[in-house]
Design a protein around this ligand. Structure first.
Ligand code: ATP
Ligand code: MG
Ligand code: MG
Ligand code: MG
Length: 469
């Protein structure tokens, strides 16, 4: 069996042979880009190279980029645990051309890597192109010899990639792997495309434009290439698994959770094991890149992810903090590829331990309140926004944690009511805030950081007292 490490190496080696510079992953907190919460794709570190605002000594690059999709335009937080293919943290393998090669070469290299070096059978593969892109459709036919029915023309934004509201963008062409008839789901573009039978493994973006504002789009100085292949997704295919959570790396994490919690990874709490395995990666990597839990911005997203994992540990019946005990496995599995994990091991451990310790006390009480409040609700019922807000305000339950807890019972939250309650509280807090708020909680984090030493980039910190828990 090819390990995830070998699969990453095959990708990097292939493109190095094709004249690409191997560039290291950039941090999860994008440098010089306030428009983006976290690095969500390989192209992020090259954004200014595509637009011509920055020059590099190479025209071709290859990377394995750390990505987090848990906020902003690409947000997969709610998918984790419920699909076979989504993580909040994942690695995106990518090759890039900055005004060098374009569509034909990109398609040719992708097809050779997938069918020769990775050895996937061509009859399991199909591709999509944007419906306006006859050029790409013709190239797939010519280069890969794919029949028409395996080249699907998609008119929607699914085949027009953009990083966020602004930034480089262009039509794209995606390679899908058919995991087989026994798995529910339809081909891309069909009504049940969200199933997991046809899984998108690689997106080739033909970078041609820059979105300047919502209404203004200009041509890039040179047509360029940006591609992204999910390492965990290709690993699943190559390891003969349907599900990302069954690959070597994820399985090791899942088993570490089971060992730490005394739980059965394949029993009734399978989803919770997956959620925790996913979230320990995003939490660990975010902390290593300088994000610390707080009540605003990036720190708040981290806190939400942590708390979601902690709720799932609680659901499995684990009563002692568990997250920090997974750090050694994470570092052992990924520290060689990402040495920042080794450097931040003590900080990750302490941060997770402290956060989980604090949250545990409230979790029990909050979940009891939630159970009381939902006892009178029918399946498909709606929890009043006020209650969700109380859970947030008093027990530190982020809204998505409450939603996640209710999802299993087919219930939802009145989010408009939640927002209204939040707005009211904000207005009151602003009135009351005269520079003497309780910044004690935040202080703990700064002290911790000082004591243990920060990482290269200390990231985002906040002293806001709003929504203090
Ligand atoms: P999907 O449609 O499956 O959500 P996407 O179209 O949002 O994927 P892209 O933005 O095209 O994904 O990202 C490029 C590649 O990164 C995808 O083809 C996939 O292999 C991988 N990828 C994207 N999102 C995730 C995720 N949340 N977890 C794991 N891999 C991902
Ligand atoms: Mg997606
Ligand atoms: Mg997609
Ligand atoms: Mg895609």
């Amino acid at each position: 069996m090819q390990t995830t490490t070998q699969i990453r190496k095959t990708f990097l080696d292939f493109f190095k042979r094709e004249g690409h510079e191997h560039v290291a992953s950039s941090p999860l907190v994008p440098l010089n880009d306030p428009t983006l919460m976290f690095t969500n794709a390989g192209m992020v570190q090259f954004k200014n190279v595509f637009t011509g605002n920055e020059q590099r000594p190479y025209k071709r690059a290859v990377t394995s980029q750390k990505c987090v999709r848990a906020g902003g335009k690409h947000n997969d937080l709610d998918n984790v645990g419920h699909t076979a293919r989504h993580h909040t943290f994942f690695e995106m393998l990518g090759n890039f051309s900055f005004g060098d090669y374009f569509k034909a070469e990109a398609i040719d290299m992708a097809w050779r890597l997938v069918t020769k070096d990775y050895g996937l059978p061509a009859d399991r593969l199909l591709v999509t192109v944007h419906s306006s892109d006859e050029d790409a459709a013709g190239l797939w036919k010519k280069i890969a010899g794919l029949p028409d029915e395996k080249i699907l023309r998609i008119p929607t934004s699914d085949n027009f990639w953009s990083m966020g509201e602004t930034g480089p963008c262009g039509p794209c062409s995606e390679i899908f792997y058919d995991h087989g008839e026994h798995i529910p789901g339809g081909p891309p573009g069909s009504p049940d495309e969200d199933g997991d039978r046809f899984i998108e493994i690689w997106n080739l973006v033909f970078m041609q434009f820059e979105q300047i504002t919502k209404d203004e789009r200009v041509d890039l100085p040179h047509p360029s290439i940006d591609t992204g292949m999910g390492l965990e997704r290709i690993a699943a295919v190559l390891q003969g698994k349907h599900d990302n959570y069954d690959i070597d790396l994820m399985r090791t994490l899942i088993e570490a959770i089971a060992a730490a919690g005394g739980t059965d990874p394949d029993g009734p709490h399978q989803v919770s094991h997956r959620v925790i395995a996913d979230h320990i990666r995003s939490c660990g990597f975010l902390i290593a890149d300088g994000v610390l839990p707080s009540n605003e911005g990036r720190g708040y997203v981290l806190r939400r992810i942590m708390r979601r994992a902690m709720r799932h540990a609680h659901m499995m019946g684990v009563r002692d903090p568990i997250m920090h005990r997974l750090v050694p496995t994470l570092v052992h599995e990924m520290g060689q590829t990402f040495p920042e994990l080794e450097r931040a091991q003590a900080l990750m451990t302490e941060t997770l331990k402290l956060e989980e310790g604090r949250f545990r006390q409230m979790l029990d009480r909050g979940l009891r309140l939630l159970a009381d409040e939902t006892a009178g609700l029918a399946e498909g019922g709606t929890l009043p926004g006020e209650v969700a807000f109380k859970l947030y305000d008093t027990y530190g339950f982020p809204l998505d944690l409450t939603q996640d807890a209710l999802r299993g019972q087919g219930m939802t939250v009145d989010t408009a009511g939640f927002n209204a309650a939040m707005e009211r509280q904000r207005a009151e807090a602003r009135k009351a805030w005269a520079g003497s708020g309780d910044a004690a909680t935040e202080k703990v984090w700064f002290e911790l950081q000082d004591r243990l030493g920060g990482t290269d980039f200390l990231g985002y910190a906040t002293e806001s007292a709003e929504g203090q828990i």
